[in-house]
Design a binder for this molecule. Structure first.
Ligand SMILES: C[S@@+](CC[C@H](N)C(=O)[O-])C[C@H]1O[C@@H](n2cnc3c(N)ncnc32)[C@H](O)[C@@H]1O
Length: 232
């Protein structure tokens, strides 16, 4: 008798989920709400304000829009993601746009092999997927790969934004409950505590994260936090 194929768990299961999302095989359809086809306005503003420098990492880069924007501004950029599907799309975009960028598959909770390399990190929508323990593990991994004085910019849907997003998705995607946000949910204090060890909290401010509501192309602006942490 043939044994049923083993079901992946933990990080493998997550990889399968995100690979399916980027192949367009999820309730989101062709592309997920965060994949907006351009950089997050909050990161564009950070660059204009002089808060990006040197070698820049995006540790959950998706299809690469934020880090490709920074590549276009002349920074040395690396985009990492758990999903090989996302990384393949990001590489293709870099090639099509003639931009110099390194993309690779990696687990942001480990980041082995990237020690001491980065001056800036941008994160849109990764940290808010971690519970409190994993957020500290992520902050520790970033600490290892950043140089002293490096800045980490974390753009995360806030607790308020998560509830709004859930309600909006429930309106357009059958089977998504309106009042039970299973995903991103985080207060400003959770974010500060995640980066309590080895980091100075410079600011956590109220802003918005832009998205696109599938299966329509209606733009979303969700309440979000922009955290800025400096590596000690
Ligand atoms: C909400 S999406 C945001 C993607 C991208 N930053 C953007 O704004 O388009 C979160 C991304 O994090 C990736 N991800 C989730 N857990 C990860 C992990 N442990 N290590 C690396 N990437 C991860 C997912 O594959 C996904 O691409």
């Amino acid at each position: 008798m043939t044994e049923p194929a083993a079901q992946p768990d933990g990080i493998d299961a997550l990889t399968h989920v995100f690979d399916a999302v980027y192949r367009g095989e999820s309730p989101f359809g062709k592309r997920p709400p965060w994949d907006i086809g351009g950089p997050q306005p909050a990161f564009v503003a950070l660059e204009e304000a002089g808060l990006i420098s040197g070698a820049v990492l995006d540790a959950g880069c998706g299809t690469g829009e934020d880090i490709l924007h920074l590549a276009g501004k002349g920074y040395a950029v690396t985009g990492l993601d758990l999903s090989s599907e996302a990384v393949a799309i990001a590489r293709r975009k870099a090639e099509e746009r003639g931009l110099d960028a390194t993309f690779a598959v990696a687990n942001a909770l480990e980041l082995a092999g990237y020690e001491g390399r980065f001056d800036t990190v941008v994160d849109c929508g990764l940290a808010h997927s971690f519970d409190a323990d994993r957020l500290r593990t992520y902050a520790a991994a970033l600490h290892r790969v950043c140089r002293p004085g490096a800045l980490v910019h974390v753009l995360e849907v806030s607790d308020r934004g998560a509830a709004q997003m859930q309600a909006r998705l429930a309106e357009v995607i059958e089977g998504i409950p309106a009042s039970e946000p299973p995903g991103p949910k985080r207060t400003a204090d959770d974010l500060r505590q995640g980066f309590a060890d080895g980091w100075s909290v410079e600011s956590v401010t109220d802003t918005t994260m832009h998205g696109i509501l599938p299966p329509t192309s209606e733009p979303l602006e969700l309440p979000a936090w922009l955290g800025r942490f400096r590596r000690n």
